[in-house]
Design a protein around this ligand. Sequence first.
Ligand SMILES: *Cc1c(COP(=O)(O)O)cnc(C)c1O
Length: 467
Amino acid sequence: MSTSTTDSRFRGHVAPRTALLRQTAERAIRYLDGLDERPVTATPAALARLAGLDEPLPDQPTDPNEVIALLDEIGSPATTATAGGRYFGFVIGGALPAAVAANWLTAAWDQDAGLVALAPGAAYLEEVARGWLLDLLGLPPDAAAGFVTGATMANFTALAAARHAVLARAGWNVEADGLFGAPPVTIVVGDEVHVSVLKALSLAGFGRERVVRVPVDGQGRMRAGALPALTGPTIVCAQAGNVNSGAFDPIADISARAHDHGAWVHVDSAFGLWAAAAPGRAHLAEGIAAADSWATDAHKWLNVPYDSGIVFVRDANALRAAMGVTAAYLVTSERREPGDCTPEMSRRARGVEVWAALRSLGRSGLAELIERCCRHASRFAAGLAAAGHEILNEVELNQVLVSFGSPEQTRQVIAALQADGTCWCGGTVWQGRTAMRISVSSWATTDEDVERSLAVMLDLAARVQRA
Ligand SMILES: *Cc1c(COP(=O)(O)O)cnc(C)c1O
């Protein structure tokens, strides 16, 4: 359509939109450029200013420029600088530039990625990303993938597929008839199971407490030899990448024992799965492909914006049986329907950011990202150990657990570090020991970030221990 035929009201609409989006991009860039200079957590003053947003809903419309200015001026300082290079709490990735940019463009597309007919390009890119991921991570090439919000939903989705498969083998149609009256399903977890798996089990109707817990070793790895005798419908939930120690369950051994008895093996590999993409760390994930389903996060180690997780299921039919919608009016294509692989029907095209991250990194870039984070973690561990602090885990991946003496001293160092604002680490209890946890999961972390953070940790620990 030529401009001359464009309705004047439409033109009037376009010009403000262009200015708004340009200025918003400028604001976002300024925010990101400022991350290195600001404390990692929001200051008390910034948090207090949030009260400025607690107002009655205006009766009249507001100029969008004004809305975004308000959001940036009050909202931006009230963020945690997890997009910067010195946030080491939980397991938190910072979004790669290519993934942020893809997120912006995808927001403009405003696609409903649940159906091919609605979002052909997004569905196509998800298929491309699925193929790349299965190859990079060494998973079965025909496995199905669902692009969900995170590892919690990926765990849930996989467990629903597992529930379908083990009950179908016992002659029960769980999608039609539910769990009331169904043959009992035995759920086996390691004693170090992540809380999100327990939550997913409860959502799937299995119960958080109705599980058989298998003892673990000093790194939190399930002892395969301690698996109970397996009979009847059974789902074994293993783990690749303990949220504290980073350790991997012996998945090949667990899978061999479980498969002998027809059990389904699910792996919670929220961040650990990415070790498979780095030649120097892939041995940690060896044998992981023997399982039946895998849950992972893209917003952790692939460094795409929230929210983004992926479920992989070897038996695509089991996933489709659990997640598919069969209403004929929705069947619009012979292709894989994204909505048949996830709990959601309508959803954003989060797979596009996964594609963009992978396309920009390439195989070697992803390997380097993973390797670099692990190297940073080793440097933290070495620097802390050299100063006499006890490292509580075998640092083979990106996680470090350190004690600064008594539980009280460790807690004091953590509190002092968080108040200092140079970097951020949280506390945890590891097999009865109070510890500080360092997780290096972001592309943005540089050698300088590590040295700067380490220096502050050592200084604060020395002060606490002198006191
Ligand atoms: C982070 C994590 C989860 C949960 O992932 P979300 O993206 O927060 O849903 C599950 N398992 C492990 C091991 C994790 O590290």
